[in-house]
Design a protein. Structure first.
Length: 89
């Protein structure tokens, strides 16, 4: 489980990105890079980190399921992810 502070920090960044999204798009369309540099650093979407929705882990994240590989394996083994079966050959 990730520290709560890291998870909350990422949520704050997501709010900031959402808040400045329209303004960033407008400044980019104009080519006003000075104006873009005046915005808060966390207004850039590249500052967001993909985190597991259950544990908050940032490494080994599976975008399709929005969870980490460890959580995915546990849930798939329990049959809690529809359409996912254990491979055997």
């Amino acid at each position: 489980m990730a520290k709560k502070s890291w998870i909350e920090r990422n949520k704050r960044k997501a709010k900031t990105v959402e808040k400045y999204a329209a303004l960033r798009a407008e400044l980019k369309a104009k080519g006003d890079y000075l104006g873009l540099s005046m915005l808060p650093r966390n207004a850039s979407p590249t500052r967001l980190v993909n985190r597991c929705a259950i544990t908050g882990r940032k490494r080994a994240y599976m975008r399709r399921f929005k969870i980490s590989r460890i959580t995915f394996r546990e849930l798939a083994s329990q049959g809690l992810i529809p359409g996912v079966i254990k491979a055997s050959w």
